[in-house]
Design a protein around this ligand. Sequence first.
Ligand code: ATP
Length: 363
Amino acid sequence: MNPTDGRGAAIRLDAVRKQFGDTVALHDITLDAAPGSLVVLLGPSGCGKSTLLRVLAGLEEATGGTVHLGGRDVTGLPPAARGISMVFQSYALFPHLTVAENILFGLRARKVARAERDARLARTAAMMGLDKLLERRPGQLSGGQQQRVALARAIVAEAPVCLMDEPLSNLDAKLRAEMRHEIRSLQQRLGLTMVYVTHDQVEAMSMADQVVLMRDGRIEQDATPAELYARPATAFAAGFIGTPPMALLRLEAGPGGACIAGAPEHAVAPAEAAGALLGLRPEDVAPTNGHGLPATVTSAEFLGAETVLRCAVGSEVVQARIPGHQVMTPGSPIRLRLPPPAHLFDHATGRRLPLPVHAPALA
Ligand code: ATP
């Protein structure tokens, strides 16, 4: 395929299971990715992201289930026969080869004809801004340039599916942000289907068309970044997304409705919500004069454009993300304005609960 065709392949995993001895790393994973989309596999360490990517790549054999790429059943095929390219965290360029030789290494191994190799190298190097660096060796490049060479090595394969496992984790924060942007625009320009593994929710939210949030070898939620933010399906998903993430507060029955645990004077939700967890995004909470939920400031973290306040309410902690530099001494009393309750979760199962139909009682 010529990458400028802009046609990535559809991906379909059906009940994919992977067991290592007694450890079940993947429990019957089913998911679809549209051609040309960027899917992020997100989740904490050990949740099975890399294993899922390796099963997709053919580097691990699935214990059960099927993998289809571009409508073709590739479950039993080796990596080279699947139409994929890969970029890993340790991008392992060959130190004694030039940039050009590194980029072309795979094509040489696959005995692609010289004219074709040269044409692809010229196209890829121009696209990746590497044309002036082709004769250098990896030791003469910055970390970001080396990462770009690793990326070019994958792109030059012109495969319809590109798999990336934490490709930016060796880079500093600024470079990571730049490369994130670069990878996303490259993927869109080429129309590749990309599966990208990360444990960084900012990376996931900023790059993905589709986020597959994983936990303990299962899919917790498979949604667009906007859906994941607006309607987390579980308390786990709610607590994984956002900077800082949504606070989850235990609600108890109080005289006027459901109250934050340990603060019975102020109802924050209708009585039916007692016993549930209330999810509050810090960006939806604001200090207020006069009325509002009484709280005590425990810390104020200045981040430049905004300040994150942590406030004690009863036995729980409510966070507020507010614009500008707010100077607050720990121990100061404060009143907080909360949004109408929008996220409730079952305390035991963590599942999202429907909101009570009554008009909410507000702090
Ligand atoms: P990380 O972000 O730390 O890389 P991950 O989400 O990618 O984590 P995996 O590496 O896929 O997680 O591991 C999932 C589970 O499978 C873990 O419990 C891990 O210990 C186990 N596992 C992975 N590879 C093997 C293996 N080769 N042999 C035995 N167990 C394995």
